[in-house]
Design a protein around this ligand. Structure first.
Ligand code: CU
Length: 354
């Protein structure tokens, strides 16, 4: 009896201490801004931190999303066959409204969380969406084809062989462009079904990559720190995307064009989610936003800004976004306001990054 009451006493004390600990930077589970609906956030990790088993189960789940028998299309977009196509299709349809706008990073936050949810619910995945910390790879000094994420066995496969291709933006040192030859995302196991560009017609073909080492090298910890070094969301969002200019370093473009180059799937603005690496690269950008938000919580759960109309940074064509601005993913998920997805541990989202 005495032991039980002593134990109860300790538990009561712990309950009192843990929420206090969170105020000085303890476990996010007990944070004062954390919703009661989010008791056990999924923990998203860097790809290299996953065990071989975890890597395998993530890749298996992605392959399942591209299999129409296991994960049939539900978007209602004509011609789409798989759930994976649905995501690529929704991104393609909305591309003109979700890039170089204030909600760029928040739209992609919701998009990836929905993808993660379906990997789990439709394809039996029991982990969290991984991210890809390119700053570590760049620091390693190794050539891109030696990076863990491009491993043929425990990654997403590497570069395609060099093929001649138009290079309208003069992407430097493009080195591939052909079909990714090895790994889990090669024909006939994997096909990119939409695109190129905004075409939604069923057009199955191989996944291509076209590494550009100089563009990938933009993604350093210095550039990362520069994006984070702002006080307002509006400035954060701007620094993340910057101008679409292939001579101005930006972390978003570094991933897309460092891997996709001129002739790779990942370099296609509309069809880029056809490369499964898309979801890891964009999770890294989301992690940046959350890390920035966490530096000043709860204030940064309420700070948004940036134009509704693409490139309209002077607000000549429209207003800035607000917390009540609504975004959607068609039939894949209910519409939400930006205010509802500011918090990674709120009523809608429930995950964290390590
Ligand atoms: Cu996008």
């Amino acid at each position: 009896m005495a032991i039980i009451s002593k134990l109860t006493g300790i538990l009561v004390l712990l309950n009192l201490i843990l929420p206090l600990a969170s105020l000085v930077g303890g476990s996010p589970t007990y944070s004062p801004w954390c919703s009661l609906k989010c008791k056990r956030p999924l923990i998203r990790k860097d790809w290299r931190a996953l065990s071989t088993y975890e890597k395998g189960s993530y890749i298996k789940a992605v392959q399942c999303m591209g299999n129409k028998a296991k994960a049939k299309s539900i978007s209602g977009i004509p011609g789409l066959k798989t759930r994976y196509d649905d995501f690529q299709g929704i991104h393609s349809v909305q591309t003109p409204f979700i890039h170089w706008v204030g909600h760029f990073i928040l739209w992609h936050r919701y998009y990836i969380a929905t993808y993660e949810k379906m990997l789990r619910e439709v394809c039996g995945y029991d982990g969290a969406q991984p991210y890809w910390d390119w700053t570590v790879d760049n620091k390693s000094g190794k050539a891109m084809n030696k990076w863990p994420i491009f491993d043929n066995n425990t990654g997403f496969g590497g570069n395609g062989p060099y093929v001649d291709a138009p290079n309208p933006f003069s992407i430097p040192e493009r080195s591939g462009g052909g079909c990714v030859p090895k790994g889990p995302f090669t024909l006939p196991n994997w096909s990119v079904n939409l695109g190129p560009g905004d075409s939604l017609a069923y057009n199955p073909r191989c996944l291509t990559r076209d590494f550009s080492a100089p563009m990938m090298k933009w993604a350093t910890s210095d550039l990362y720190a520069w994006v984070m070094d702002v006080k307002k969301y509006e400035d954060f969002a701007y620094r993340l995307e910057r101008q679409p200019d292939f001579t101005i370093p930006n972390v978003h473009g570094a991933g897309h064009f460092g891997v996709g180059g001129a002739a790779g799937t990942f370099g296609d603005v509309y069809a880029s989610p056809g490369d499964p690496i898309f979801y890891l690269h964009h999770s890294t950008l989301d992690k940046m936003l959350w890390t920035w938000q966490k530096r000043k919580l709860p204030q940064r759960l309420y700070d948004v800004g940036g134009p509704v109309v693409p490139f309209d940074y002077q607000n000549l064509q429209g207003p800035n976004i607000t917390l009540s601005f609504q975004i959607g993913l068609g039939k894949l998920a209910p519409n939400v306001t930006l205010g509802e997805i500011m918090n990674l541990q709120g009523d809608i989202l429930c995950y964290d990054y390590v």
